[in-house]
Design a protein around this ligand. Structure first.
Ligand code: GDP
Length: 540
């Protein structure tokens, strides 16, 4: 049995353009999975599979990719950054044990980062912070660190300091070891030297090192007391404290670098291994019986128990139909018969695989803690379904998806298109639980509903391009099902000064600073424009 304490199931999340894809690429390259880093803009990058994504420059799919660092197995789940797809972020977060929050070193914390951050908090996902793009004009590490405190209410624990900034950004000082990592100009991640702290940084390094120790050692009274008496703890002891506080989300170890220039990525990989939780560290998952009544919980470590897994992503990518699952207990062997608790159907697992950066690796078995893909499942599996041992039917706590908020009508142009659309829609609904399709009783038109205009735009695009359906598309209709609650008003009032994002019922919104007061713009992911006045929260 594999050692689960050496597993890290992590997500990388950020707002669009912060550099999540580039960071993921660099991680995969450094961990030895790929030798040529895919250029994000050519759509070649490993985790961006779909044509639509490449064109729009956003990541819609969450592909899980496996790689290895310092004897640890890292399953990296790519999460989308666009606000319309926060539900995809949410379901990815559900199966993660830890994450890396990527922020732009010059753009700083953006409203979308806030939404994702809030979701991660709700899902209790421990994280490290990576402030990227320090080579960019206007980059300022400590300003972004401050923003994570002010805007996200986070408690960042600065672990490194940048050496130089913008064009002169050359590396980072590791505050724990007082070592400077300086990269040369080849742009290769491997080409760095470890040197002494630059003379002009010594004072700052000592200041931040003290802050780091003061915070970290609060996790261990004995060490803190000894430190107060002038006894410096060992690096291993400090690391143990950082690991403990990270797991409890008392703080977030904070790093910086430039993914694009390959600087600082090793340090975050080390931090993933050193500080982020393994499947054995996280809290057990609640279980219910088929009636939805709680029946206890399942620990991640229980390889002795019967097989239980949660499907969190169905994707039709270049490798065919894949059901991505997180295994919570037991083992799954090729040829095993499993039950889909939601549909009541059983099926034999023909093939399963692990996605690596440039290939998929066939597996003969997988165990609790693993994230794998089952190939070509037939039991109408959908995101959120529990797969389990047929003799022990059980439900893992279901994922809750928000109701769609915007609709469009689509009319196929001819009979051929009508048939193609019927086939396409079945698959698309299985892949995306926030995408709904109905027939309008009066007009007989097909109504597609989703989370935002862009969301539906992409669905129409997929219908047209992937399935060859010719369509006439109607105007978007917005449905507001939620009433404004006190909580939303409070959150809105709170955001008045700084701008920010929040929720309008189940709908995420963004408020831009400077657009407040009587003439403010209440920009919503729902309409991608202004929410009608009658839905504005009451503001003095
Ligand atoms: P994502 O939307 O978060 O996945 O962001 P991408 O990784 O696609 O990056 C967005 C843009 O920023 C691309 O043009 C990248 O080349 C660029 N980029 C990413 N990381 C860095 C960096 O460290 N420095 C600079 N200057 N540009 C970067």
């Amino acid at each position: 049995m594999a050692d689960l304490s050496k597993y890290r199931n992590i997500g990388i999340f950020a707002h669009v353009d912060a550099g999540k894809t580039t960071t993921t690429e660099r991680i995969l390259k450094l961990t030895g999975q790929i030798h040529k880093t895919g250029e994000v803009h050519d759509g070649e990058s490993t985790t961006d599979f779909m044509e639509q994504e490449a064109e729009r420059g956003i990541t819609i799919q969450s592909a899980a990719v496996t790689c290895f660092w310092k004897d640890h197995r890292l399953n990296v789940i790519d999460t989308p950054g666009h606000v319309d797809f926060t539900v995809e972020v949410y379901r990815s977060l559900k199966v993660l044990d830890g994450g890396i929050g990527v922020f732009c070193g010059s753009g700083g914390v953006e409203p979308q980062s806030e939404t994702n951050w809030r979701y991660a908090n709700e899902s209790q996902v421990a994280r490290i912070i990576f402030v990227n793009k320090l080579d960019r004009i206007g980059a300022d590490f400590l300003r972004v660190v401050k923003q994570t405190e002010d805007v996200l209410g986070a408690n960042p624990l600065v672990m490194v300091l940048p050496i130089g900034i913008e064009d002169d950004f050359v590396g980072v000082v590791d505050l724990l070891t007082r070592q400077a990592y300086v990269w040369d100009e080849t742009g290769e991640a491997e080409n760095f030297e470890i040197t002494a702290v630059p003379a002009d940084m010594v004072e700052l390094v000592e200041e931040y090192r003290e802050k780091l120790l003061d915070t970290a050692l609060e996790q261990d009274d004995d060490l803190l007391e000894a430190y107060m008496d002038g006894n410096e703890p060992s690096i291993e002891e400090i690391k143990r404290c950082v690991r403990k506080g990270t797991r409890d989300m008392s703080f977030f170890p904070t790093y910086c670098g430039s993914a694009f220039k390959n600087k600082g990525v090793q340090n975050i990989l080390d931090a993933v291994v050193d500080y982020l939780p393994s499947p054995t560290d996280v809290d057990p998952q609640p279980l219910t019986d088929v009636e939805g009544e709680p029946t206890g919980e399942v620990a991640f470590v229980s390889t002795e128990e019967t097989f239980k897994a949660l499907a969190f992503k169905i994707s039709d990518d270049r490798f065919g139909a894949l059901t991505f699952v997180r295994i919570y207990s037991g083992t799954l062997k090729k040829g095993d018969t499993i039950l889909n608790a939601a549909t009541g159907k059983t099926e034999r697992v023909g093939r399963m695989c692990e996605m690596q950066a440039d290939q998929r690796k066939e597996l003969s078995s997988a165990q609790a803690g693993d994230i794998i893909a089952i190939v070509g499942m037939k039991t109408n599996v959908q995101t959120g379904h529990t797969l389990c041992d047929p003799k022990n039917p059980i439900y893992l706590e279901a994922m809750v998806f928000p109701e769609p908020v915007i609709s469009i009508s689509v009319t196929p142009k001819d009979k051929g298109s009508t048939e193609k659309m019927g086939i396409a829609i079945g698959k698309m609904v299985a892949e995306d639980p926030t995408f709904k399709v109905e027939t309008d009783q009066d007009s007989g038109e097909t109504i597609l509903s989703g989370m935002g205009e862009l969301h539906l735009d992409i669905k129409v695009d997929i219908l047209k391009r992937t399935y060859g359906v010719e369509l006439v598309v109607g105007a978007p209709q917005v449905a507001y099902r939620e009433t404004i609650t006190q909580e939303i008003e409070d959150s809105y009032t709170h955001k008045k000064q700084s701008g920010g994002s929040g929720q309008f019922g189940k709908i995420d919104y963004i408020i831009k600073p400077g657009e407040l007061g009587s003439g403010f713009t209440f920009t919503s992911s729902v309409v991608g424009g202004n929410v009608p006045k009658e839905f504005w929260p009451a503001v003095e």
